[in-house]
Design a protein. Structure first.
Length: 156
């Protein structure tokens, strides 16, 4: 089993996931609910910040390319939601039509392998406290995600 601390940042650090953007936040939650429904994927902690997402996850099948699938699904859905906003004159961000790659997410992401329980609980604590920090306070969306099964225990 592979346990990872995964952080992905929006392109140009655009604040897509704020209190005013529940549709963008629900896209992230829905994609994680899909992965969570699989038997080979466990979410241990999640934090959706205005311009980035933190995840602590375990994958039983390490050949499963979670990051690529997560980026593809969320990018497609966020671009669709943004297109709908444009029709309603509520455009949140502009899309470069010449380059269709990485319109929502920054190309690089942080992916740290968690090797022991001590590191696991330190990262889990960081993810839980991040929205409460003085910098992010009152800027983050609601951090309760009832549709997700979250396992707070270190996988053995």
């Amino acid at each position: 089993m592979l346990t990872q601390f995964f952080t992905c940042v929006t392109k140009d650090r655009m604040p897509f996931f704020t209190k005013n953007d529940p549709d963008f936040v629900s896209i992230i939650v829905d994609s994680l609910a899909f992965f969570n429904s699989r038997d080979d994927f466990i979410i241990h902690a999640i934090s959706i910040m205005p311009n980035h997402v933190h995840l602590l996850i375990s994958m039983i099948d390490i050949r499963y390319e979670f990051q690529i699938r997560f980026f593809r699904f969320t990018t497609k859905k966020i671009l669709e939601a943004n297109k709908q906003r444009a029709l309603e004159n509520r455009v949140h961000f502009e899309v470069n039509r010449c380059d269709r790659k990485h319109q929502v997410w920054r190309k690089r992401f942080k992916d740290i392998r968690v090797r022991d329980a001590r590191a696991f609980y330190a990262i889990q604590n960081y993810i839980k406290r991040n929205p409460e920090s003085k910098y992010w306070k009152n800027r983050c969306c609601d951090q309760s995600f009832p549709s997700l099964k979250i396992s707070p225990r270190f996988p053995n």
